[in-house]
Design a protein around this ligand. Structure first.
Ligand SMILES: Nc1ncnc2c1ncn2[C@@H]1O[C@H](COP(=O)(O)OP(=O)(O)O)[C@@H](O)[C@H]1O
Ligand SMILES: [Mg+2]
Length: 221
């Protein structure tokens, strides 16, 4: 039996603009084992973000399938896919995507509120675990870049996801802060057994993950 939590089989994402077709993702297959880490590298425009969105059920492939814990997420209705995404997948983005009008703990609680649970205590524990127990009432504009990303990581963990998908999580941070964010992500992987996929420009990170794929023009090279 396969031990994969996530499997993509021959996925394509082609965009048409006028007479031109952009092959953002062009026949990619990959698999991520439970609790494993995968690094996706490649130049700007190589298709990394598009691939990550396809893996996480945020976008529909032109063709191909994405299996999350055994089921093809693109065979589901939009609402079922949103539910699975909310419960199973945690996303971390380069620009944090925190909601500016909510404070740190409210931002962390949001994905769980959608799931209808009372989660304040859990959100507080998560913020403490990322080193922000004394920042829970700060709004995003009152947090540094590194702190904002820690809040975003706590938010990604609120529903105990099976997999964390991180799109250039340190792309907007200095190198010291980046290192602390990477340490946090690997620490989470060790403690929670969540699998993790990290898209990055940083070739050094590739040495620290279980597997690496390099994308060029939407293809694995
Ligand atoms: N919505 C879209 N419409 C048309 N082309 C797009 C769209 N999104 C991305 N692309 C194109 O797909 C390619 C891959 O983009 P992206 O996945 O963002 O690359 P990366 O994250 O590696 O920088 C780029 O050439 C980009 O211009
Ligand atoms: Mg990108």
């Amino acid at each position: 039996m396969s031990n994969a939590i996530l499997t993509a089989h021959r996925i394509f994402k082609h965009y048409r603009s006028g007479s031109k077709v952009v092959k953002a993702v062009d026949d990619v297959s990959l698999s991520v084992e439970k609790g494993a880490s995968l690094c996706v590298t490649g130049a700007s425009g190589a298709g990394k973000s598009t691939l990550l969105q396809l893996l996480g059920g945020l976008d529909c492939p032109t063709s191909g399938s994405v299996m999350l814990d055994g089921g093809d997420i693109y065979k589901l209705s939009d609402s079922k896919r949103s539910k699975i995404r909310n419960r199973r997948v945690g996303f971390v983005f380069q620009f944090f995507h925190l909601l500016p009008e909510f404070n740190a703990i409210e931002n962390v609680m949001l994905p769980a509120m959608i799931g209808g649970k009372a989660v304040y205590d859990k959100a507080y524990e998560l913020l403490k675990s990322v080193g922000l127990g004394d920042r829970i009432e700060h709004k995003p504009c009152e947090l540094s870049g590194g702190e904002s990303q820690r809040v975003a990581i706590a938010r990604a963990l609120i529903n105990d996801p099976d997999i964390l998908l991180c799109d250039e999580p340190t792309g907007n941070l200095d190198s010291e802060t980046s290192e602390s964010i990477y340490r946090l992500l690997f620490d989470i992987k060790t403690k929670s057994s969540a699998a993790i996929v990290i898209v990055t420009h940083d070739d050094n990170l590739a040495r620290r993950t279980d597997a690496v794929i390099h994308l060029k023009d939407g293809r694995v090279v």
